[in-house]
Every structure is written in structure tokens, then in C-alpha cells.
Design a protein around this ligand. Sequence first.
Ligand code: ADP
Ligand code: ADP
Length: 237
Amino acid sequence: MLTLKQLTKRYTTGDKALTSVSLEIPAGQVAALIGPSGAGKSTLIRCVNRLVEPTEGQVFLGDTELTGLSSRQLRRARRRMGMIFQEYALIDRLTVMENVLSGYLGYTGFWRSYFRRYPQPVVQQAFKLLQRVGLENFIDKRADALSGGQRQRVGIARALLQSPEILLVDEPTASLDPKTSRQIMRLIKELCVERQLAAIINIHDVQLAQLFADRIIGLRAGQLVFDGQPEQLDAEI
Ligand code: ADP
Ligand code: ADP
């Protein structure tokens, strides 16, 4: 469960990017974050993993208040969050397996982790995940030899390696064709159900959001302007 309480972000340079946003996303729920460019979607996601420091308000992951953790505590807490990125953020010259294993130390310390031996259970977990996302025949391929959809599957497996409780997903389909986009969204949705993950997906394609999300959260100018079921959105527009 992910909880935001009156989350507000004011960048030093300007206006409020987020104004008192409160949300609760239970385990297993996929919430799509929609809204025009500049609405505050990235800011919201970055306040959760504290790449951006909130100005006011609180973020809880389960019982842990993320706002208020020291940087050392935060490193540990970040292992409980899986991150999936728009441009996959894979390391091209590494193999599929090495890219997935790079998720082992959390998403800050991968350079160090590449040079150490991984515990056998971690390698087994990586292999299982690669099977689950349909890439078991690609484990020794270099990341730059893959298609966009395959690259995002690697990104998904990497995000799940440490069995996170939540997924933070930033425009996962922005670089993909429509059919592959649907496959990737379906996969993310299925994995959230199987593993009971709470997910926030920043997505500009409203139709895709409606197809695969359990809940739509609309932001505009930093304010929560819609929060409901995908079907309810049609009535509002
Ligand atoms: P979205 O992801 O919905 O496009 P953002 O969260 O990126 O929205 O941006 C929300 C607002 O905050 C915008 O007005 C944007 O210009 C501003 N903003 C985002 N990041 C920064 C930053 N690092 N410094 C200053 N202003 C920022
Ligand atoms: P996104 O695609 O996630 O919405 P943007 O293209 O809006 O990202 O922004 C790219 C980077 O620039 C981000 O790190 C964001 O925080 C930063 N940024 C966005 N708007 C501003 C702004 N008004 N001032 C300073 N930095 C900004």
C-alpha cells in the first residue's frame, strides 16, 4: 500500500508543481496517472522515491514514512520500490541477464554490483523473471540487440528482481508501437495482480490507461482533478 498525504511540491524556481495531493493505492491496484504536460505527474512519482524532495506532506510505503528517512534508510527503502522507465535505461553493452541482475542493489548502485558475484538465489530469481516475461531464450543477448518491446520486458524483470511492494512506472510505452504498448501494459497489469503490487503508471495515452488500469488519477496544474474508475472518465469528458 502506498499512501500520499497532502503532498505538496514547490520547486525553488517557480510555482507549485503539486498542491496537497492525497491518495491511497492498495496492494494489487494499478493506478494510471494522466494529465497534460506540466501537470505534475513526474513530480508526484519522483516525490515517492524522493528523487524530488516534497515541500510539504507525507509519503508512506506500508507503515514506513518515506518522507523523513535519512539517505541511508532511503537506500534500503528504495529496494521496496520497482522503477520502470520510458527509455528502459538498460546498459547496452551488457547482456539481458546482467541488466536484470543490475536491479539487485536497487537502482542506484548498479555499477558496483556488476563487478561482484551474485548470490545463487538472486540469479535463479532473475532467470525465473526472464521466463515470466518471455525472454528465457535471450538471456545472453546484448541489450542493444533487442527490440523496444523486449527491452521494456528486461526493464520490467529488473524492476521486479528485489520483490518490490510498489511499482513506479514512467511512460512505459512512450517509445513503443500501439500493439507492443498494449502487450507491455497487459504484462505490467498481470504482474501487479500476481504479486499484489501497488502501481502508479504515468501515462499520456488515456485509452491505454482505461484499458489496463483499475483506477485513473487525473492531475492538472498540480491538483487532483479526477480519481475514479476508468469507465467514469468517459462521463466526465
Ligand atoms: P508532468 O510530468 O505532468 O509533465 P512535471 O512534474 O514534470 O509534470 O512538472 C510539473 C511542473 O513543475 C511544471 O510546471 C514543470 O515545469 C515544473 N518542474 C518540473 N521539474 C522541475 C524542476 N526540476 N525544477 C523546476 N520546476 C520543475
Ligand atoms: P518528463 O518527460 O518526465 O515530463 P520533462 O521533459 O518535463 O520530463 O523534464 C525533463 C527534466 O527537466 C526533468 O528532470 C524535470 O524535472 C526537469 N524540468 C522540467 N521542467 C523544469 C523547469 N521548469 N525548470 C527546471 N527543470 C525542469
